[in-house]
Write a new protein. Structure first.
Length: 149
């Protein structure tokens, strides 16, 4: 059996790719190419990035091939007023629904995503540093490498 790497269990790239190719999310954003790890045009945009939190392995050190990543979703508006906080919340809720589908998808390659969970109390409106409107939410995505030890 091949040696497993924790890098093989990182669910963030798989989640980002899933969201970038999710039709209903593109519709909610107003078009394609609006999901990524950075705040850059076109807007509105969904920024997806890992933040502190999550775990590697299990308590006691067994199952070191498992990763739980804490991921922040941020729907960013065009400026302080557009498209409106309700629209940004809808974008985040659409992304959460899309990510909830991941564990049920047939395995093709990469990490095996076996759980997506909303972090209670992590969502809501919060202006970005440049003043643009933003709605955020955090999720925990659990995954393991393609083979268990």
């Amino acid at each position: 059996m091949d040696t497993l790497s924790l890098a093989d269990a990182d669910p963030v790239p798989a989640a980002l790719t899933w969201l970038q190719n999710h039709g209903p999310l593109a519709d909610a954003l107003g078009g394609p190419d609006r999901v990524g790890a950075y705040s850059e045009p076109p807007y509105p945009r969904l920024r997806v990035h890992e933040v502190p939190g999550g775990t590697i392995g299990q308590p006691g050190g067994e199952l070191l091939w498992k990763v739980v990543a804490c991921v922040q979703l941020e729907a960013l508006g065009t400026d302080a007023d557009a498209p409106g906080i309700g629209a940004l919340k809808h974008i985040v809720m659409t992304a959460l629904a899309a990510l909830a589908q991941l564990p049920a998808q047939p395995y093709v390659s990469g990490p095996v995503i076996n759980g997506v969970r909303y972090v209670p109390g992590s969502g809501g409106p919060m202006p970005d540093v440049d003043g643009r409107q933003r709605w955020i939410a955090k999720i925990l995505i659990s995954a393991h490498g393609p083979q268990q030890p």
